[in-house]
Design a protein around this ligand. Sequence first.
Ligand SMILES: *Cc1c(COP(=O)(O)O)cnc(C)c1O
Length: 399
Amino acid sequence: MPGFELFGDAERKEVNDVLENGVLMRYGFDGMRNGHWKAKELESELQNTFQSNHVQLVSSGTAAVSVALASAGVGAGDEVIMPTFTFVASFEAIMMLGAIPVLVDIDDTLTLNPKAVEAAITSKTKAVMVVQMCGSMGDMNALQNVCNKNNLLLVEDACQAIGGTYNGKPLGSIGDLGCFSFDFVKTITCGEGGAVITNNKDYYINADHYSDHGHDHVGNDRGAETHPFLGYNFRISELHAAVGLAQVKRLPEFLDIQKNNYIVIREALSVIPEVTFRTVPEVGEESYAFLNFFLPDLETARKTSEAFKKNGVDACFHYYDNNWHYIRKWNHLKDMKSLFPISAEVKKGLEYLQTKEYPQSDHYIARNISCLIKLSWTKEEVIARANKMVEIINDICKK
Ligand SMILES: *Cc1c(COP(=O)(O)O)cnc(C)c1O
């Protein structure tokens, strides 16, 4: 997945354009910037890439989720349904707004189970956030139906699925709002950065103002701009946007490499009877950023993960035992370890996490291994890696 693996002359050229005129900020300073508007240019490239009417760049993927929710009016006391398997950013972004994350089970897509979503809806629910984890997606038709029926916002966190599609549409462009991260390890990187995409003009204008102190961005005198409402600072810098601008132009090349490497490993693993793969919706195409497979049980998955590490098969994750991506180890959330007081509403709203169990999520995550697909591997390295993985898994399953 990581675009940083192929960092090169194109990225350096874009950054140098910015360094030469010294305008590191995305807004204003029109006279000094020599015609360079990297953030604006990147937004327009991303409109094409994600086939979306509006794109607002921000400082991170986490900021993108907060800005997306805020732009659609989600805030204090509102419940946002999200999956048990995701990056910690998901609940952080919700809690930043004083809203309440309601965690529900995933299914064999490794994303939200639409039935679990439906069962979790209350009178306080405002939005459903599907996280398109590890390069693939949820059953978007079913999720859209649930949201339409209950008048809920559908937000897509597509941070890990840049380039994947559903029914021919780019992931991120299907819900009311889509969120992307361009942090250092994502398919395309800005170093740090993120984006909110939407076809809703009001949400876009809100995102544009909210991410820059509420500035209305009318005219070309920043000091004279008015503030129609309160905002914060989630701006991206021109330097970061410049890196992203070079990277987005290389996205088709990155996706091609990912797909080729993925296919070699998947075909090799397919011959092992004990291995099954995550479900990808029939109308979906993965971004091929990860290959996810299931083993028969927790013990086999643990042994496989350990043997991979011992034998140099790096970048494969057993999320059941990992602190970042699965609810099992999120004790800081369950115990509400906040530096500052949390509102009574959110405290009460999170009480359920003390006792709630997620056997269905455990059933999938305990048996899942998720392997990052790198861009820098040579053909020989991919084949050698695939063969080694097969050998290790066969060995463990025979014992
Ligand atoms: C990376 C990531 C984020 C957060 O992105 P940052 O840019 O690191 O803040 C959010 N959600 C998911 C699923 C991610 O993988």
